[in-house]
Design a protein around this ligand. Sequence first.
Ligand SMILES: [Zn+2]
Length: 402
Amino acid sequence: MTGEPQSEAELHPSMGEEPKSEAPIPVRSLRELIDRVTGRGFQPVQPVEESGLAELLPFPFLALVGQSEMKLALLLALINPAVGGVLLVGPRGTGKTTAVRSLVDLLPEVTRSLCYYGCLPEDVETGGIDAICPDCARKYAQGEPLAKMDRVRLVELPLNARLEDVVGGLDERAVVHQRMRLKRGILAQADRNLLYVDEVNLLEDDVVDSLLDAAAQGSYTVRRGPVSATYWSRFVLIGSMNPEEGGLRPQIQDRFGLRVVVRPLEESGERMEAYRRVQTYRTNPRQVIATYAPETALVQAEVQLARENLPKVTLPDKVATQGLNLIARLRIESLRAEITLFEAARAHSAADGRLEVTPGDLRAVAPLALRLRRSGFMQEYFARHSEEEAELDGLINTTLPN
Ligand SMILES: [Zn+2]
């Protein structure tokens, strides 16, 4: 069941073979690398006749001008799925969807089960041989692989998805043969992948509820008449929304770990550069992608390395106390605040090539983890946003040492 295209909702990396680096790449500051490449002068390329495939080729992540908070949040979620996903809030035309789709070239590899039930070797290590299916138990005993390395995929949940598409339902093809069988829904396809929901504020309530339950539990069960099945659904949820088109229920908003308020580029030089890049890309996407390909491969390798180092990154008690003080002073009640704050800080530390969280890591991720956590409704959020940002900045300055 794995490795096969499951539906058209699934996006595949369209770059083909990735350039593989020969020498091991030293860990360095991922943020520094991205800021440097993103801010680099960009030479317009020569126009060439193109076949109109621009929509299928993602715009390079590193060619996105500005929006450093959005880039940081997305990278932290790639490095550490435990940050609990990302919510991008902003008006149309600020590059939210482009940024998410551009992640396909940076996605790390994960171990993916070869079995329909999702059995993994680590299940045996934690739960013994009974934790996997009989077929896999036999393979395990004979030393056959249960999993392979595979790139994380970007799965998109379309706005018009019905509950049945999302959780899965009866397989009509099987019914023709008078058998009852369930087919996997989008949530099961998203296991160990990124799940992107554009206009998350406009989804039907039952779809949102099933999405959030599956995300919280990491698995879900479908029952249709006499048949039922349980699927893994350990995905990183990325949502985007335009607040002009409607609010988001407070309990839904709380489920997102990191929050970015994406504002339009303000500086005219930046806007000009963004315009030139997009124009050049429309004319000749392949050449723009090629321009950024070496650094894109480097960032992808660094994300992978940061992910591998993440389990070793520790949070000293003293730093944890500073973070908890900040949350207490902001009067945030949700326990998700500290989980996200600390997991994002660990990812930030790993991205920087360090194995211990510092107050600097907390400072870097605190606005992402803690903003939009207190108030009840989007309208209120926006009215109070500027005030909160100022207060947050002030408290970060007085609570966390430099
Ligand atoms: Zn199995």
